[in-house]
Design a protein around this ligand. Structure first.
Ligand SMILES: [Ca+2]
Length: 446
């Protein structure tokens, strides 16, 4: 039933040899540290399934991320919860379907400027803060513009970045022509290319907190529009008229450069962890927030960002912990909402309180090469819906319904609805049941 089974199980053996508890990888502390492991989540924005060297790109050079994949665990069947930014981010920080915190759609600069994620949501940063971690986010938030939705109100001690969906990489002005670069609840002037600033601010946070456990969310802007390289000029001015996607003509070239600068920054973050002597006590998870637009590549997947075809939400993801993860590739089906319970489990902190999460702890996959129990997972974005059970995927794309078997049709070319009525009926019922449950929550952003 699996598309590709190369899951490596040697990590479990390593655990036995070193006396590590199977359930608590943090029990094996490095000699240099008695502190719980640091956790870093790095998320790219709109990076496609085929936009990294380690996922097959022969256009974009990403040696640093490739090294994480070579030395860590690469996921071939990882999915963002959303096909667009805000829903994915809501699911990531809550460990639940984004509908439960009111974020089915994008927090747009116009219609939803006054709205944000459920202010009572319990987040991954709340969890780590309660457990004695320093908590920080560098980069994109996109879960509400107003101060009441600022990351510092959701468990983050430190926020430096922007609250909208995208800013000019140089002038840091959002799509509505409003200046959008913050230190916690205040706007600040910080000159530089946003990708470089996100790297710098991440490293500053690491250096400042290297003597205590920390949780850091590195929310990159690349390679989302505006398509601007490091040496391009700013396009956006406050209240001005500008091309939303940037004035640069060679947008494909800009896209490549944007990913490569992000990759360079990830290399710098790894170096800073090495310099601080904490790389071996730091778990890193890298992923994208949704599929690429057509400037990037989702090959061999069908379609793009904002759809629920695989190209909209199956994205790169890599788990990395130097010398602690047996290198390999896994085809386990993981979603963004699984990251919270996974890193909570890795931290070794009490996790009883997290029983109401939709996400699952993937530590057994990451550290012991195990398979997760089969489950049914769902996506919904307006009039697009999808449900996945094993290799079967039912897709409702506006007025059309499809049934695909992803084990031999990852590109979603063969609609098997007619031949497999019982399966499609069953998936449709599961979807309806899930929708009924989700519709109990207020739709704040849709
Ligand atoms: Ca995105």
């Amino acid at each position: 039933m699996h598309i590709q089974t190369k899951n490596i199980a040697i990590a479990g053996l390593t655990g036995l040899l070193t006396g590590v508890s199977a359930c608590n990888p943090s029990a094996n502390k490095s000699k240099t540290s008695d502190t719980p492991p640091n956790i870093i989540i790095i998320m790219a924005d709109d990076l496609g399934y085929n936009d990294l060297g380690c996922y097959g790109s022969d256009i974009i050079n990403t040696p640093n991320i490739d090294l994480l994949a070579v030395e860590g665990l690469k996921f071939t069947d990882y999915h963002s919860n959303g096909a667009v930014s805000s829903p994915t981010r809501a699911a990531l920080i809550t460990g639940k379907y984004q509908q439960r915190s009111g974020v089915e759609g994008v927090v747009t600069t116009g219609k939803f400027r006054d709205y944000g994620i459920d202010i009572n949501a319990y987040t991954i940063a709340d969890f780590f803060k309660e457990n004695g971690y320093a908590t920080g986010i560098a980069g994109k938030w996109h879960l509400g513009y107003k101060t009441e939705y600022n990351p510092v109100n959701f468990g983050f001690d430190f926020f430096k970045g922007y609250v909208s969906g995208n800013v000019d990489f140089h002038s840091h002005i959002d799509g509505a022509g409003i200046y959008d670069w913050w230190l916690n609840k205040d706007t600040i002037i910080e000159e530089g290319y946003s990708t470089d600033l996100i790297t710098k601010n991440s490293i500053d946070f690491i250096e400042k907190n290297s003597d205590q456990p920390f949780f850091l969310y590195v929310a990159h802007e690349a390679p989302h529009f505006p398509y601007q390289g490091r040496n391009d000029k700013a396009d956006r001015t406050v209240g001005g008229k500008f091309e939303m996607k940037g004035s640069r003509k060679d947008k494909k070239g800009a896209y490549k450069e944007m990913v490569e600068v992000m990759d360079e920054g990830i290399g710098d973050i790894i170096s800073s962890l090495e310099d601080e002597g904490i790389l071996e006590n730091t778990f890193i998870f890298f992923c994208s927030d949704n599929g690429a637009v057509n400037l990037g590549s989702n090959y061999p997947l069908n379609n793009f960002k904002s759809t629920l075809w695989e190209g909209g939400h199956r994205v790169p993801a890599i788990a990395y912990w130097k010398s602690r993860i047996e290198p390999g590739i896994t085809d386990e089906t993981m979603l963004g909402m699984d990251i919270f319970p996974t890193v909570a489990g890795i931290s070794g902190k009490l996790v009883e309180k997290l029983t109401d999460l939709d996400g699952k702890d993937f530590s057994p996959v990451i550290f012991h090469g195990k398979q997760m129990e089969e489950r049914v997972v769902f996506w919904r974005f307006k009039d697009r819906k999808a449900v996945r059970q094993g290799d079967w995927k039912l897709l409702i794309d506006k007025d059309s319904t499809y049934l695909f078997n992803l084990s031999n049709d990852i590109s979603e070319q063969n609609n098997l609805m007619q031949q497999n009525k019982a399966i499609s009926d069953s998936l449709e019922q599961l979807l309806q049941k899930w929708e009924t449950e989700m519709d109990n929550y207020p739709k704040t952003i849709y």
